[in-house]
Design a protein around this ligand. Structure first.
Ligand SMILES: Nc1nc2c(ncn2[C@@H]2O[C@H](COP(=O)(O)OP(=O)(O)OP(=O)(O)O)[C@@H](O)[C@H]2O)c(=O)[nH]1
Ligand SMILES: [Mg+2]
Length: 292
């Protein structure tokens, strides 16, 4: 995307473009003009520009968080598939120093496209903390909506517009395999049993009505994430999904489930393991008994 950068001079060198004089100027600029102060950090300047763009387009600004660990084959395909369907969204790749070079690839993609951002972490620190880092990034950069999405095409990009529609009458939208119209493709029977059984177990212990508590294809309103103390979230795998939904419900927010088809990955390798399942079993009790 091209833009013209216009620098404002004194007397506004200390207001960071927030005083009424600067706002009046900003409001009358065409949307392709970004503004900033000569000494203003380039990054903030760009965010000012993006916010202006999202206001003028009436579409809420959306950040899609994609955690990655060894997803070199999937990442470029997913990026394209997302932007083919919803070109206005920004994508944040949270990479845990993937040995296959996914992080470097993400950097190359970000250099070519300003809708792509990358967070690098030192090593495989887990899915939960990757999302927490992404949520904090989204809040710091004033995104209105935050989408969680795996990189392995289990979460289909073509479903994204249905999430955007559903969030109009909810605070969180959860892509669900276990409501009418939802399902899985190419999953062996034992994966279905673990997923359905896990959701049933969590639903019963927590006393909630959500059918797919372990699902990770979710859209959040920023207000929900702002209200949750993200530093207190402890879980990593499946239980991260359970814990976040639980915390949103505890705060009184509305979660709406929409049907999705969850497709088994074709490229790369699953990071699911027994530890993740056992963590979820224990975490449900901790949440129910208020131990977290
Ligand atoms: N940053 C980061 N990403 C991770 C980590 N573990 C998994 N991921 C990513 O999180 C997403 C989901 O991981 P998967 O391996 O597909 O795990 P899953 O979807 O629970 O399991 P499957 O159903 O077997 O695919 C993928 O995009 C992974 O690359 C991690 O420790 N750090
Ligand atoms: Mg997966």
């Amino acid at each position: 995307m091209r833009c013209v950068v216009l620098y404002l001079q004194s007397p506004c060198s200390c207001c960071a473009l927030s005083c009424i004089h600067c706002q009046a100027v900003l409001d009358h600029l065409p949307p392709f003009v970004a503004t900033g102060l000569v000494s203003y950090p380039m990054q903030s300047l760009v965010w000012k520009y993006r916010n202006k763009m999202s206001e003028s387009s009436t579409q809420p600004s959306t950040l899609v968080i994609v955690p990655t660990y060894n997803e070199k084959e999937n990442l470029p395909l997913l990026r394209k598939a997302i932007h083919d369907v919803v070109p206005h969204v920004h994508i944040l790749v949270v990479d845990d120093n993937s040995p296959d070079g996914t992080g470097d690839l993400a950097d190359e993609m970000a250099a070519e496209d300003e809708r792509i951002h990358v967070l690098h972490r030192s090593g495989k620190l887990g899915l939960g903390t990757a999302y927490i880092a992404g949520f904090k990034f989204a809040l710091e950069h004033n995104f209105d909506l935050v989408q969680q999405m795996d990189c392995d095409f289990s979460h289909r990009p073509e479903a994204l517009p249905r999430f955007a529609e559903a969030i109009q009458e909810a605070d969180v939208v959860l892509g669900s395999r276990w409501v009418k119209g939802g399902g899985t493709k190419n999953w062996p029977w034992y994966r279905k049993v673990i997923s359905r059984g896990g959701s049933f177990y969590a639903r019963t212990i927590l006393g909630v009505s959500i059918r797919d508590l372990t699902g990770g294809f979710k859209l959040w309103r920023r207000e929900v994430l702002e209200s949750i103390d993200l530093d207190k979230v402890q879980s990593e795998g499946y239980s991260f999904q359970i814990e976040m939904s639980w915390r949103a419900l505890q705060k009184g927010f509305k979660i709406k489930e929409i049907p999705i088809l969850f497709v088994e990955r074709e490229l790369g390798h699953s990071k699911m393991n027994k530890k993740i399942v056992f963590e979820a079993i224990g975490m449900c009790w901790k949440l129910r008994l208020g131990r977290v």
